[in-house]
Design a protein. Structure first.
Length: 181
């Protein structure tokens, strides 16, 4: 009986060893990364509403000058867009990895100040920014073409408050950001 018990314990010990060694496995894996070309945004033209004449009486509705992505300026409420300087859309070239999607983000409003002085009490507001791309993207998501490029055109609305507006050049800087989507 003693030798029988020794044989049973030996078999149990071997099967435990077999089970432990069978519970582990090794496999070879691979790791890859695809580094794509960084996006590069180059300004070709600054956003410029051109020369505007304003005659908006106090108590009247604010006036606007809409600069469409087609380059056409549309005035309202006492605003006249002059032919002496017809303005330009902001235009950018974008390059990156071919056929990749990207997002554009930009501010909802851009304050512009007399002589570019943010401490000035004279300011106007640019809002309702609109984007058009050469590759016909919509919303905020766009695609680079097969060469990894696109051209972005920006239009917007300039609001001129009713009442007395100080004549002069109003300016400020703003940022647009592009990122792969």
């Amino acid at each position: 009986m003693k030798s029988f018990l020794i044989r049973i314990f030996a078999v149990m010990a071997i099967s435990c060893i077999v089970k432990v060694s069978g519970a582990q496995t090794t496999t070879s894996n691979s790791a890859t990364v695809n580094l794509i070309t960084p996006l590069t945004l180059t300004e070709l033209e600054a956003l410029d509403f051109g020369d505007i004449s304003v005659n908006i009486e106090s108590g009247s509705a604010d006036g606007t000058c809409i600069l469409g992505v087609d380059g056409v300026r549309t005035p309202s409420s006492g605003v006249t867009c002059l032919a002496t300087d017809e303005g330009t859309n902001a235009t950018y070239n974008l390059s990156g990895a071919a056929n990749n999607a990207y997002l554009i983000t930009y501010p909802a409003t851009i304050p512009v100040y007399l002589d570019g002085d943010s401490g000035s009490s004279s300011s106007l507001t640019i809002s309702d920014l609109v984007i058009k791309t050469a590759n016909n993207g919509t919303g905020t998501s766009y695609n680079l073409d097969s060469n990894g490029s696109d051209q972005i055109t920006l239009g917007a609305t300039l609001t001129l408050p009713a009442g007395s507006i100080t004549a002069g050049t109003y300016s400020n800087t703003f940022e647009i950001t592009v990122a792969y989507n």
